[in-house]
Design a protein around this ligand. Structure first.
Ligand SMILES: [Zn+2]
Ligand SMILES: [Zn+2]
Length: 173
């Protein structure tokens, strides 16, 4: 059976008693995101997620979200396609009336905004540098050749350019 695609999850509709919990397998669409000025997309487009909902004694909910998705977009070193796998584990507590830190920004009137939560958790877990592979050699800073293909012997002879040197002298004055 295919998991239901959910944008929002009606927590009240689960009719949990205090202390009771439920584990749900759902699918959620994660909006494309921007990292370092580039656009990245979650793959697959519809991500299977696991949501664990516990109704707390005294009211409110404890929530857990976990999923894995690839972060597809340009490698930040060589600009080729990259798609590192990101494993997301996130928790939220929503206990209205007990102070701001115990009110989840994703829960309103017992309605969980699953798409927004999954999106934000994905962004927070995303690597700072998106790479096609961990040891990507990147591009040559002089000719922009892909150093993964050109190999370590790729190099340029340094040709001193007198005009360039003159220009630098001028700028220093
Ligand atoms: Zn790369
Ligand atoms: Zn080069």
């Amino acid at each position: 059976m295919a998991a239901a695609r959910a944008h929002q999850l009606d927590l009240a509709g689960l009719r949990l008693a205090a202390g009771e919990g439920r584990r749900l397998e759902l699918e959620v669409e994660i909006e494309p995101l921007e990292l370092g000025g580039e656009r990245y997309a979650a793959e697959p487009a519809s991500v299977p997620v696991r949501v664990e909902v516990s109704r707390m004694l005294g009211g409110g909910y404890a929530l857990r979200l976990s999923f894995q998705a690839s972060l597809a977009g340009p490698c930040m070193r060589c600009l080729k396609e990259a798609a590192p796998l990101v494993g997301v584990e996130a928790r939220e507590v929503d206990r209205p009336g007990e102070g701001e830190e115990l009110e989840s920004p994703y829960v309103r009137e017992e309605l969980l905004d699953l798409a927004a939560w999954a999106h934000d958790a994905f962004v927070l877990t995303a690597p700072v540098k998106v790479l096609c592979r961990e040891d990507c050699a990147g591009l040559c800073p002089i000719c922009a050749a892909d150093l993964n293909e050109a190999g370590p012997e790729h190099a340029h002879e340094r040709v001193p350019d007198s005009r360039w040197a003159k220009l630098q002298e001028l700028e220093l004055e």
